[in-house]
Design a protein around this ligand. Structure first.
Ligand SMILES: NC(=O)c1ccc[n+]([C@@H]2O[C@H](COP(=O)([O-])OP(=O)(O)OC[C@H]3O[C@@H](n4cnc5c(N)ncnc54)[C@H](O)[C@@H]3O)[C@@H](O)[C@H]2O)c1
Ligand SMILES: [Zn+2]
Length: 377
């Protein structure tokens, strides 16, 4: 059984600060802290009105607690639900939400509270970024991916017919409020997908975290608060540090794309069906680590060590079985492409990554097999 609910709530809450000058904000990480979000929203924004945006599976479980806490802090709230799933991240929903926000009396003293996974965070964040030329947003992420990745950094946006996340805005939240207890109800496969980004952070930036994951993964999967909270904190700190160094994604932030080049290609080839983003990232990291070794950039054994942790986390490591030519076509449309080369993130070791401008044929040489180990698929 997973351990967060009812378990040691005494685990001390932790804070990470995202340093961005006058747009700096705290990430508060705790267990069982949903009931205390109201005063923090009031302190961070001074708002008297809140628009709570969520999806049914999350709202059903958690919205009432958030609303009660907001009310107790003197903030009136209006709940707006959108359908669950990636497809809800579209401009039609944005227009619907603008209307509903304004009908509910939203003004510049209002705050948007995004309660849910990355879909809710991106959509609600974009609405907040653009409604009345921008009102504050508080992120209350409830999926692991949203906690360690999408809620931190200020990227918001929606999908359009031509592709994912092509319309959006940078809009930093005023506060990120993480209650690790909400992970208790997150489907196991979604938890694993979030772990792919956790493992990514360790692989590109923090060998110590990687060792901690190797040691404590089972306790993390069981959601033991004593293990979860510090790992969440460390992950938010890594994402926050990268974002602070490089808010608009010119340099260091690109390292966060580790595993994403081939991961995106795999997702696209599968037409985003039957594959979660984190699963694509796990496959892409596995591939990139192998290539790093083959190019003589990382010591032998690096890829095996990474793959072993991914497998333990319940993640796939073998790319879906499409021909090399199909992958190359998918890579060629990647928006990070610059003059024939892709900025490909390689590992120099576990805990250390860098970007290399590589030609497609260097990323995936002509005779290289899809699977070096010849198993799985
Ligand atoms: N803005 C960024 O920097 C950034 C970074 C990475 C990903 N993203 C975006 O994030 C999205 C993916 O986020 P995601 O993986 O959280 O997907 P998601 O928001 O669809 O959540 C996954 C599923 O888990 C459910 N869920 C979430 N929390 C739950 C809980 N506590 N209990 C029960 N069910 C719960 C959701 O309802 C959904 O069905 C994508 O749209 C991606 O583009 C954004
Ligand atoms: Zn990702």
């Amino acid at each position: 059984m997973r351990g967060v609910r009812g378990a040691a709530r005494s685990v001390a809450a932790r804070r990470v600060r995202v340093d961005l000058g006058d747009r700096s904000y705290p990430i508060e990480i705790g267990v069982g802290t949903l009931d205390a979000v109201g005063p923090a929203v009031a302190a961070a924004t001074g708002a008297r009105k809140a628009i709570l945006i969520s999806v049914p599976p999350v709202a059903r479980r958690y919205a009432a607690r958030v609303e009660r806490s907001l009310r107790d802090a003197g903030i009136r709230s209006k709940r707006l639900l959108v359908p669950d799933g990636e497809r809800t991240k579209n401009l039609g929903q944005v227009a619907r939400l603008y209307d509903a926000c304004l009908a509910a009396g939203a003004d510049r003293s209002s705050v948007v509270v995004a309660l849910g996974g990355g879909v809710v965070g991106d959509l609600a964040g974009f609405v907040a970024a653009t409604l009345l030329r921008g009102i504050p947003v508080v992120q209350v992420p409830t999926s692991l991916l949203a906690m360690v990745d999408s809620s931190v950094g200020g990227k918001t946006g929606v999908n359009v017919a031509r592709g994912k996340n092509l319309v959006g805005a940078f809009h930093q939240p005023s506060l990120v409020w993480i209650d690790g207890e909400t992970l208790d109800t997150l489907p196991t496969r979604q938890l694993a997908a979030g772990l792919a980004e956790v493992i990514k952070h360790a692989a590109i930036r923090d060998e110590r975290l990687f060792r901690r994951l190797e040691r404590d993964l089972d306790r993390l999967l069981a959601l033991e608060p004593r293990v979860c909270v510090p790992i969440l904190q460390r992950n938010c700190a890594i994402k926050a540090a990268v974002v602070s160094e490089d808010e608009r994604e010119a340099g260091p932030r690109m390292l966060l794309n580790f595993g994403h080049t081939l991961g995106h290609a795999a997702e696209a080839l599968k037409k985003f069906r039957g594959i979660l983003h984190g699963e694509g990232v796990a496959m892409g990291m596995s591939f990139a680590a192998e290539r790093s070794e083959e190019l003589g950039l990382a010591p032998a054994g690096t890829a095996n060590r990474l793959r072993a942790l991914l497998v333990r986390a319940g993640l796939p490591t073998d790319l879906p079985d499409f021909p090399r030519s199909a992958y190359l076509r998918a890579l060629a449309v990647d928006k990070k492409k610059r003059d024939d080369r892709l900025h490909f993130v390689v590992l120099r070791a576990i805990g250390r990554a860098e970007t290399r401008p590589l030609k497609l044929a260097e990323i995936w040489p002509p005779r290289r097999k899809l699977l070096r180990r010849g198993t799985g698929g």
